[in-house]
Write a protein that binds this ligand. Structure first.
Ligand code: PLP
Length: 410
């Protein structure tokens, strides 16, 4: 069946809502995605019929809950085309996944003077954990700029990678520019220097097929709440041979083999990295969300996102005083940052809200990128599989109205 966003819309109960007496146009999927009905149903059924704590199989419900939880792990590994689920760790979100890598790998493997290469367009989640590590271990961070075409400057990236580089870490899709990074090329550069590659897939997993093996990633992380799953669950996949060598990140129940008063031994992977009671129903919701995305077809979603971004950029540019940021081309997904001349982005967003149009305004947790773009903040419209051309039209009309309104009072 051909992809049709107006049909997909019907999968999302919240999109029937009205906001300020207008039908909701939800253009903030990059911040967090709405949930398809089947995810809500899967979580509801799980709580009503199977819920108990996991991995404590003393009774039927615990066995069932464990089976559901582990099935979600296998499903998530398959979603990433990971070779196995053994090295798929459930975390709270992408942020926690990156922090896990910084702690479990970074604190043991890195020495003073070792280098981490990343780009100016990283989300703070892929900057701050490395800053903390740099302060503690004397690790050096090398930042790569964007080129004139507003894509990552691959020559500068190649130059930044040197004999002390131990890690290259970067986004798969930018949360501001919507830009698809050429990960396989970046992997080749990293590996030629003997460095590892961590990919921040928070904005890619909801929008395009991910194959960690084809990408050449050593580690890949994403958040459940952005793929239509509940918040509180995310995934970190790590090459199995690597993960096996890492010490735990958090300590507590579930992640141990045996505990004495003065010492503990630790469970095998992946349990070694899942201390305490995990996000059980959230994992079940993630399973349902990934089933949904695969059924709809991620390749079709990516085509839809890109076509909609082209349409939105063209229409927004036609509004006087609107400036759109980021590159144009086939590597641009459905995230469109823009500003309205003379109007603060927060005021634009508040005005759009009065028309029922939900967008984000701010620095988007990407302050270095904002500086590189020469702005403090932007408005950001972000699309997903339920976003239609009508939604984009409503956005553009609301932007024009907002501009006229603020122009009138200026
Ligand atoms: N990386 C990117 C590219 C993101 O867009 C985000 C969230 O917006 C994150 C990481 C952090 O995700 P979370 O807040 O779910 O941990």
């Amino acid at each position: 069946m051909a992809f049709d966003a107006s049909v997909r819309r019907l999968d999302f109960p919240i999109l029937e809502r009205r906001v300020h007496d207008a039908p909701l146009v939800y253009l903030d999927s990059a911040a967090s995605a709405q949930k398809p009905a089947r995810v809500l149903a899967a979580v509801d059924t799980f709580y009503r019929q199977h819920y108990a704590n996991v991995h404590r199989g003393a009774h039927t419900l615990s066995d069932e809950a464990t089976s559901h939880y582990e099935a979600a792990r296998a499903r998530t590994a398959r979603f990433l085309n990971a070779p196995s689920e053994r090295s798929l760790v459930f975390v709270r979100n992408a942020t926690e996944g990156i922090n896990l890598v910084a702690h479990a790998w970074g604190r043991t493997a890195l020495r003073e003077g070792d280098e981490i290469v990343l780009t100016v367009a990283e989300h703070h989640a892929n900057l701050v954990p490395w800053h903390l590590l740099a302060a503690e271990r004397g690790v050096v961070i090398r930042g790569v700029p964007l080129g004139r075409d507003q894509r990552v400057d691959m020559d500068a990236l190649a130059d930044a990678i040197g004999p002390r580089t131990r890690l290259v870490t970067t986004f798969h899709v930018s949360n501001v520019l919507g830009l698809l990074n050429p990960i396989a090329d970046i992997a080749a550069l990293a590996h030629a220097a003997g460095a590892l590659l961590l990919v921040d897939g928070a904005q890619a997993a909801p929008h395009l097929p991910v194959d960690v093996q084809a990408l050449g990633a050593d580690m890949y992380v994403f958040s459940g709440h952005k793929v239509g799953a509940p918040s509180g669950i995310g995934a970190l996949w790590v090459r199995e041979d690597l993960l096996r060598t890492w010490p735990p990140f958090l300590g507590g129940g579930e992640m141990i083999r045996s505990v004495e008063l003065e010492r503990s031994t630790y469970a095998d992977i992946p349990m070694r990295f899942e201390a305490g009671t995990p996000a059980i129903a959230e994992a079940v919701g993630l399973h349902a969300a990934l089933d949904y995305l695969d059924e709809v077809g991620l390749a079709a979603i990516w085509d839809h996102d890109r076509a909609l971004a082209r349409y939105a950029i063209e229409r927004l540019r036609a509004v006087e005083g609107v400036r759109v940021y980021g590159p144009e081309g086939d590597d641009r997904g459905g995230i469109v940052p823009f500003n309205v001349e003379g109007v603060h982005p927060h005021d634009v967003a508040s005005a759009l809200d009065t028309f029922g149009v939900a967008v984000r305004a701010g620095h988007h947790c990407a302050q270095p990128l904002m500086r590189a773009l020469g702005v403090q903040s932007t408005v950001r419209a972000s699309f997903w599989l339920h976003t239609t051309r009508d939604d984009v039209d409503r956005l553009v009309e609301a932007v024009a109205e907002a501009r006229a309104f603020f122009g009138a009072v200026a």
